[in-house]
Design a protein around this ligand. Structure first.
Ligand code: BGC
Length: 420
């Protein structure tokens, strides 16, 4: 009789505990919006899904194709406006602040404190992830923009030398063209064009000029002879691209270098993810080196996830698990090896990483010391979306028309001024 009563009492207490407001169930679902759809990207994001599912959570994939994420951001905004945002989304740079200011985001301070994120993430990056001192985003990696991906066979066949300056680039490109191959694998999409453009700005103009134009967006620095030179360098490249360039996706451009159809591509190191996915080895099948004139600079691009405010306690648990896993050493290693980036978590061993990643790790630290570690404008780390849009529209209009470089520089300064 007494035993029966105790058992009933226990069941009653347990039912109270799991009713609303009681301890949360342990597993839940996260719906993740991202734009990682190429071969290398898909292999990378699969790592996070597996780790999360190993803890019993469910990963609902919401991939929006389109390199650079412009399409993904449009879809995210329309879902948020409709009151139906996903639980987690790949969002970067100053946009994190915008989402937080609008009150959409979950505060991640409890995970950050338990896991000591402040001690693990470089301050320059942690500051981007915080809103009013609170963690509202979790960083995934550090990508570098100013790379040149080279097929050594193509260069050998053409008798060309890997360029270190834009003058040397022209010499090499002419030789490759004369040998019947495409010098530059070009993806003719606006975000790819500004990715190459900002690399030229850093290489031709130097770090101060890059900061004045691409970070501070100073109209008088933009409307200048140095900017004219940068624009002319961009236009000069066009004659070394193929007729299939307009609209081409970045990973298809990388495939041209992998297959030996083109000599080189200028792209961030997510391109390395494609070489890795194709089983290619650095310094054997391909060479990864600094884009002309940028050996000291590191144009950084940090991927990150924001978590939207949710009511369901099990979804909250899943969000926290995802945030925690992202900065754990296991994910940082496997993901970044596949993705082509380097860990954002400090103190990771360099040993498992390949030659380009080790070079990137070394350069990240060195460039931070010399003031040459600068945020990417093209990848939304440096300016507002409006200013990036103004620069992108001008560069694309210039690249795809007969506009004079001088007029384009003036137009860019005006467009930026109206976006401020
Ligand atoms: C992202 C990368 C992604 C690339 C191509 C960049 O903006 O940071 O993670 O691989 O776009 O889509």
């Amino acid at each position: 009789m007494k035993k029966g009563f105790i058992l009933l009492a226990l069941i009653f207490c347990a039912s109270l505990l799991f009713a609303d407001g009681g301890p949360t169930p342990e597993t839940g679902e996260v719906e993740v919006l991202h734009w990682w759809t190429s071969g290398g990207e898909a292999a990378s994001v699969a790592v996070l899904k597996e780790l999360l599912e190993a803890e019993g959570h469910t990963w609902k994939d919401f991939a929006v194709a389109g390199g650079g994420g412009d399409q993904a951001m449009t879809v995210l905004r329309s879902r948020a406006v409709a009151g139906n945002p996903p639980t987690a989304a790949q969002v970067k740079g100053p946009q994190i602040q915008d989402w937080a200011a609008e009150g959409f985001l979950t505060n991640l301070d409890d995970v950050a404190e338990a896991e000591n994120w402040d001690g693990l993430v470089p301050k320059v990056i942690a500051d981007i992830m915080k809103y009013k001192g609170n963690w509202v985003a979790v960083p995934v990696n550090v990508h570098r923009i100013n790379w040149m991906w080279v097929n050594p066979e193509v260069f050998k066949k053409a008798g060309a030398k890997i360029p270190k300056t834009w003058a040397e680039f022209e010499m090499a490109a002419k030789k490759i063209q004369a040998a019947g191959m495409t010098p530059v694998a070009w993806g003719g999409q606006p975000w790819q064009e500004i990715t190459v453009f900002e690399t030229i700005v850093a290489g031709v103009g130097g770090t101060d000029f890059y900061n004045k134009t691409m970070v501070q967006a100073d109209p008088s620095a933009i409307n200048s002879p140095t900017m004219v030179k940068c624009l002319e360098t961009l236009k000069m490249m066009k004659q070394y691209t193929d007729p299939g360039a307009p609209g081409r996706d970045w990973n298809l451009a990388t495939a041209m270098v992998i297959k030996g159809e083109a000599g080189m591509q200028f792209m961030g190191d997510w391109a390395k993810g494609e070489f890795t996915a194709a089983g290619k080895k650095p310094d054997v099948d391909y060479i990864a080196t600094h884009a002309p004139g940028t050996s000291k600079q590191f144009l950084f691009n940090v991927d990150s996830f924001i978590m939207f405010e949710v009511k369901d306690p099990s979804a909250k648990e899943a969000q926290k698990a995802m945030a925690r896993l992202i900065l754990e050493p296991k994910f940082q290693e496997v993901f970044n090896i596949n993705k082509g980036s380097i860990p954002v978590r400090m103190g990771m061993s360099e040993d498992p990483f390949d030659i380009p990643a080790q070079l990137s790790m070394k350069d990240f630290t060195a460039s931070a010391k010399t003031g040459d570690l600068v945020p990417s404008m093209a990848h939304e780390m440096a300016t507002s979306r409006a200013i990036r849009g103004a620069i992108m529209d001008t560069v694309t209009a210039f690249y795809n028309s007969d506009m004079r470089a001088k007029d384009a520089a003036a137009q860019m300064a005006n467009a930026v001024r109206s976006a401020q």
